[in-house]
Design a protein around this ligand. Structure first.
Ligand SMILES: NC(=O)c1ccc[n+]([C@@H]2O[C@H](COP(=O)([O-])OP(=O)(O)OC[C@H]3O[C@@H](n4cnc5c(N)ncnc54)[C@H](OP(=O)(O)O)[C@@H]3O)[C@@H](O)[C@H]2O)c1
Length: 299
């Protein structure tokens, strides 16, 4: 296999790059170009890269992932979020052709998390088609999924939600953001009625390894087998990582939603039963992931 990895220095992709090598079959090649070497928004750069390296497998992690920043670009197809997530994906699809095995990393943000259409969502649940019910980031990732499904023969889409991992210096993940707030004495009340799932990035890497080996098509969800509220998770995390009990106060999401309606998921998250069955795996509960990471969380 000649595997092209986009976004190989990001939060999720770098874990795969760091951990997959040992299991590579001899002769397999992993390509992890920097943005300078392969800018997915530049059609010529993509075409040249493919002509030169001819990858037969693509793992597409690269994305514009700043959800708040993306909202400032809402409806703007000349701005970076659309250009990276939709046009960048289109450029890769075109250069790859339909013989390539393509894995697209996606998100639970392709679903609304709205109370009329609540999650957690299973692998077959239709993505949200009403732009008013999605964040702009979620909309562009959903458009990326559409391109993948409509233009490739046997692609895989792997959705994750709130990915967390061992220490990564590039940016703070979901649990390190909370610990950072606590450590800098800025911890604020957390929602007691928002429902989400947590993705352990080790499990993503493991699933990708299986998908790659078997070249499986289809939609996969990788996340905790149970849902959390930020209030419950934050207290559990701080107790496990800092030894302090019940330091986080609770608040309800309703006041916040009034100003941010309707693009913020109250009932989000992913169901994983089908993926677990197909891949013959059992994913962690969110508490198990936090307990595992807490041992390394004196960060
Ligand atoms: N983080 C989350 O909460 C979350 C949740 C659900 C799903 N996901 C999905 O998981 C995937 C990985 O997310 P992440 O959090 O690991 O991302 P990340 O840490 O923000 O990294 C994004 C990656 O994309 C690369 N990139 C950006 N623009 C590019 C361009 N024009 N050409 C080539 N590469 C470009 C970046 O390269 P440079 O660093 O060199 O700029 C970086 O390696 C994404 O598809 C995202 O949608 C993430």
């Amino acid at each position: 296999m000649k595997i092209l990895i986009t976004g190989g220095n990001g939060l999720v992709g770098s874990h795969f790059v760091e951990n997959y090598h040992p299991s590579l079959k001899s002769g397999d090649i992993i390509l992890t170009p920097s943005v300078e070497e392969l800018n997915i928004t530049d059609k010529k750069s993509v075409e040249n890269f493919f002509k030169l390296h001819k990858p037969d497998t693509i793992m597409h992690f690269a994305a514009f992932t700043d959800v708040t920043g993306a909202e400032e670009e809402r409806n703007n197809k000349q701005a970076l979020c659309w250009i990276v997530n939709v046009e960048g994906t289109a450029n890769l699809i075109k250069a790859a052709g339909d013989q390539t095995y393509f894995i697209y990393i996606s998100t639970d943000a392709v679903f609304s998390g709205n109370k009329d259409n609540p999650g957690p969502y299973d692998e077959n649940y239709p993505t949200e088609n009403n732009l008013n019910l999605l964040s702009w980031y979620g909309w562009t990732k959903k458009e990326g999924e559409k391109l993948i499904v409509n233009n490739l023969k046997n692609p895989a889409i792997l959705r994750i939600a709130n990915p967390v991992r061992v220490k990564y210096d590039g940016k703070l993940d979901y649990i390190r953001k909370i610990l950072n707030l606590y450590d800098t004495e800025k911890i604020h009340p957390m929602f007691n009625n928002q429902y989400l799932t947590l993705t352990y990035i080790d499990e993503v890497t493991h699933c990708l390894e299986i998908l790659l080996t078997k070249r499986l098509p289809g939609i996969y969800h990788i996340s905790s087998t149970n849902i959390f509220t930020p209030f419950k998770l934050a207290n559990f995390l701080i107790e496990k990582a800092r030894g302090k009990k019940e330091v986080v106060k609770q608040t309800s999401i309703e006041g916040f939603l009034k100003n941010n309606l309707p693009r913020y998921p109250q009932y989000g998250g992913l169901k994983v039963e089908k993926t677990q069955k197909i891949l013959k795996l059992k994913f962690n509960k969110w508490e198990e992931t936090i307990e595992t990471l807490a041992k390394q969380l004196s960060i």
